[in-house]
Write a protein that binds this ligand. Structure first.
Ligand code: FES
Length: 125
């Protein structure tokens, strides 16, 4: 299903913003002139990715610093847990994370639309 999310001007270059769609939050990112959309829930422990930052081609989660490639949604860096000595004690299972859940995004007539299948409308893991 195609959802109208926002106006094109709401997402400026190198910015990201979350929008509620049904029962989930969709994060829309504009980077290098291209729009991307994904579930706003970090696949590691469910933190809001919109509170993070864009660094290079990655979205960095504010919670534990895991980095996801904006273009592919793939987890590309999970070294940050080593920054804090408490996190070094966490198990390998705790450190595991999947990739971002990506959605198709379309920009038309100065509006941004995201296509989400109903089985992908989920809340944080
Ligand atoms: S919740 Fe995002 S890195 Fe842990």
């Amino acid at each position: 299903m195609l959802y109208k999310i926002c106006k094109s001007s709401d997402i400026t270059e190198n910015s990201m913003r979350a929008f509620p769609v049904d029962k989930t939050d969709v994060l829309v990112v504009r980077h290098k002139g291209v729009l991307f959309a994904c579930n706003n829930s970090c696949p590691h422990r469910g933190a809001s990715l919109s509170k993070g930052e864009i660094k290079g081609d990655n979205i960095i989660c504010y919670m534990h610093g895991y980095e996801f490639d904006i273009f592919t949604g793939k987890l590309v860096n999970m070294k940050s847990w080593k920054r804090d000595s408490r996190w070094m004690e966490q198990t390998a299972a705790w450190r595991e994370s999947g990739d971002l859940t990506m959605y198709s995004v379309v920009e038309k007539d100065n509006e941004v639309y995201v296509e989400i299948q109903s089985d992908n409308l989920k809340t944080a893991a």
